[in-house]
Design a protein around this ligand. Structure first.
Ligand SMILES: O=c1ccn([C@@H]2O[C@H](COP(=O)(O)O)[C@@H](O)[C@H]2O)c(=O)[nH]1
Length: 235
């Protein structure tokens, strides 16, 4: 199984995105379109990236009432994307509604995109969770429960820190997808990320896929960093 190395295209203008992709030309890429890029360039960017042959994780993290999420997922299903997501904090009804909307919107001849749910953002640590979000359970327990609620709701997997993958596999099984941001080389700045590992550690922890943004997008030589991190990931 080829486990995805997903590049977060978080860049503040179109020219920078094109320049990064030009530097990675010739590579078969899995890219992440987040809010910044989708809000700026809209549906067209998805078509462009698909035409260039890339696989796409559309990371919009839907979180709203079930009816709105269902109808929005139905719209997103018409895009040629491979993965899409919601926040597990929206609850089981919302996650089931997301799955329903995605199925309603996927045309018969096409494969439904994978639906995954964010457990706790990798920029959150236990102190923030307890003192600001007022969630009193230990972080690992919250992630474990949210992952199992996601599975019960028909969601295919979760976004989590690689650190939590073993415990998610324990409750949801090894085939439940785990997509992990919060990936850094040892020499990289953490920025706002709190629950962080290297690509090699993520592999050892059993992640299905990793998401890497600034380590590549801020690098002097993005191609070199991409190659080095991918090699560490693939082992
Ligand atoms: O828990 C989460 C969920 C999503 N993300 C997204 O992944 C990338 C990470 O970028 P870096 O520059 O490598 O930190 C970014 O697009 C986030 O929106 C996440 O980090 N954590």
């Amino acid at each position: 199984m080829q486990r995805p190395f997903i590049i977060a295209l978080d860049l503040d203008d179109r020219a920078k995105r094109l320049s990064l992709l030009e530097q990675l030309k010739g590579e078969s890429l899995f890219v992440k379109v987040g809010m910044e890029l989708f809000y700026r360039e809209g549906r067209q960017v998805i078509e462009e990236l698909k035409n260039e042959g890339h696989r796409i994780f559309l990371d919009l993290k839907l979180h709203d009432i079930p009816n709105t999420v269902q109808r929005s997922m139905r719209e997103l299903a018409s895009l040629d994307i491979d993965i899409v997501n919601v926040h597990a904090a929206g609850g089981k009804k919302m996650m089931s509604a997301a799955r329903e909307g995605l199925e309603q919107g996927t045309i018969a001849s096409k494969k439904r995109p994978l639906l995954i749910a964010v457990t706790q953002l990798t920029s959150t640590d236990e102190l923030t969770m307890q003192n600001e979000l007022l969630i009193r359970q230990p972080l690992n327990e919250v992630v474990r429960s949210y992952a199992s609620f996601a599975k019960e709701s028909g969601v295919d997997g979760v976004v989590c820190s690689a650190k939590e993958v073993p415990l998610i596999h324990e409750v949801c099984g090894d085939t439940f997808y785990t997509v992990c941001p919060g990936i850094r080389r040892l020499e990289d700045a953490l920025g706002d990320q709190k629950r962080v590992v290297t690509p090699g550690q993520a592999r050892e922890l059993g992640c299905y896929g990793i998401v890497v943004g600034r380590s590549i997008t801020n690098a002097m030589n993005p191609f070199e960093v991409y190659q080095a991190m991918k090699q560490d990931w693939e082992g």
